[in-house]
Design a protein around this ligand. Structure first.
Ligand SMILES: *Cc1c(COP(=O)(O)O)cnc(C)c1O
Length: 495
């Protein structure tokens, strides 16, 4: 299987696509053709563990990685998940099922891909003859950084530096990162906001001096962000797994479709559902749920993607995004892989902050997607209603999905059995979840987590309670302009 860029560059191997992350022409890699799912995946009588199914999905996209190697990677990647099914389903009512994606080490769905990505990168390096250590550089507003730190920790042949805005992450997120273990991971607080950290990382990637210094110590910089095809493919797996579980529970008949509802930010998670559908999974509608940063909702309504709007900080921060990078892959397929058209849209986005789809393409898009928005008030209401009706506690991101779904159902736009992605543990957002339920909080996060557990008869995840007594191991602070020096100093100490 070879990979082409959405902006037209010649095809590269799967291994090269995983190592590069972004194509040199600025585009995103997509498989030369989207493979079809074997019939066995849709047959609920043939049993598959999550790991076995994952190995088969990966095998279709990355055949050169070797089936046995992929199977081993999947077993290792998901060994640390606290649910034996990896992504278990939980019914809210007969027609609404949560697909719980947050049972990995950092309690958010990004673990599903980021526990695999380091292994894919190491394998890709082996296959391309790359002998340098792959040094991951990531800026984070909270969740991705910790998921990357856990994924790359002690993976031979890799190292990982995470930069976070010094006063810009939550108490829990700070503790999660600052207590990180592993000899090859570095955590740096940047004096500035998320944009300063992000711009700093981008500058390092394009700074020939810094790249030269890294090369001098036999390292290659790389990124773990969600445009890497190695993050997209592992996310296809759980849609098949969820479908099979619904069939096995007798909730869907053969040939019947399910809808999926995905709280969306960078468009990676819902794009994986679109791929699953294209591979043959019986999905009816793809429901794209946004918070108040409703660029995508407006795009699906009007065909105009317009970033000229205020940026809102919401209680679902991982969806506070105005440029959803992975959309480019969908656009590429929508215009029948016409890279020139994609280049035009992306150039307009860069220069004018907007682009517009022609009417026929918008209609085609709307045959597959529905979209909706929930503001913070609606999000809190969905947390409260879900708990009162079903006794299930959901996080604010998941609640955005549930709110949008119930609105669409009210308009008779979705009646099928629906999988709703539950993307984070409610305990990652103790204050907002408690407030939605009308509970007083003290501002002492572990105490508040225990109070939430008592009130809802749920359990504080052990990876959160463990943080209370874990040693703070990372105290490094850097100015935005000294981020490269911080990395080099770390490498000096590490080796
Ligand atoms: C990243 C994230 C999302 C958004 O996923 P995308 O793939 O960026 O659309 C939703 N919820 C949570 C908890 C996340 O961490």
């Amino acid at each position: 299987m070879r990979y082409v860029s959405t902006r037209g560059e010649a095809a590269v191997s799967a291994a090269q696509a995983v190592l590069n992350g972004l194509s040199p022409d600025g585009g995103l890699y997509v498989p030369e053709s989207i493979p079809a799912a074997p019939a066995a995946w849709l047959d609920p009588d043939i049993s598959y563990t999550y790991q076995a199914l994952a190995a088969e999905v990966l095998g279709l996209y990355f055949p050169e990685f070797g089936q046995e190697e992929l199977a081993l990677m999947c077993r290792e990647a998901y060994a640390g998940f606290t649910a034996p099914e990896v992504t278990p389903l939980r019914p809210l009512d007969a027609g609404t099922w949560l697909l719980e994606l947050y049972h990995g080490p950092t309690l958010a769905f990004k673990d599903v891909a980021l526990q695999l990505l380091p292994r894919l990168i190491v394998r890709a390096a082996r296959l391309t003859g790359e002998t340098r250590t792959i040094h991951i550089l990531t800026a984070t507003s909270g969740d991705t950084g910790k998921a990357a730190l856990e994924g790359f920790r002690d993976v031979t042949g890799t190292a990982c530096t995470v930069f976070y805005p010094k006063d810009g992450v939550s108490d829990l997120q700070y503790r999660q990162m600052a207590t990180s273990q592993g000899r090859n991971v570095q955590v740096v607080a940047v004096r500035g906001n998320f944009d300063d950290a992000q711009t700093g990382v981008k500058r390092l990637f394009s700074d020939p001096d810094f790249r030269g210094q890294l090369n001098g110590v036999h390292r290659l910089p790389s990124s773990a962000n969600s445009i890497n095809i190695g993050r997209l493919v592992p996310q296809i797996v759980y849609y098949f797994y969820g479908y099979r579980a619904l069939r096995q529970a007798g909730r869907l008949r053969a040939g019947e479709t399910m809808d999926v509802c995905v709280p969306t930010g960078n468009f990676g998670d819902i794009l994986a559902a679109w791929y699953a559908r294209r591979m043959g999974l019986p999905i009816g509608r793809l429901i794209c749920a946004s918070n108040r940063n409703r660029v995508l909702t407006d795009f699906f309504a009007t065909g105009v993607y317009d970033t000229h709007r205020p940026f809102h900080k919401t209680i679902s921060p991982s969806m506070d995004i105005l440029i959803s990078s992975n959309l480019e892959r969908l656009l590429f397929e929508l215009c029948r892989r016409d890279a020139e058209t994609v280049r035009g849209w992306m150039a307009a986005l860069k220069s004018a902050g907007r682009f517009e789809l022609p009417g026929d393409l918008l209609s085609a898009l709307r045959e597959e997607f529905s979209a909706g928005t929930a503001d913070d008030g609606q999000t809190r209401a969905a947390i409260r209603d879900t708990f009162e009706r079903s006794g299930v506690l959901v996080d604010p991101h998941t609640a955005v999905g549930l709110s949008v779904l119930s609105e669409l159902r009210g308009q008779d736009l979705s009646q099928a059995v629906t999988l709703v992605n539950a993307t984070a543990s409610p305990y990652k957002f103790v204050y907002d979840v408690s407030a939605a339920l009308g509970l007083q909080t003290s501002g002492r996060v572990f105490e508040d987590a225990r109070a939430l557990a008592r009130h809802t008869a749920t359990a504080v995840p052990s990876s959160i309670s463990a943080l209370e007594t874990m040693e703070i191991r990372h105290k490094e602070v850097a100015e935005p302009e000294n981020m490269g020096d911080a990395v080099m100093a770390f490498i000096g100490k590490e080796s």
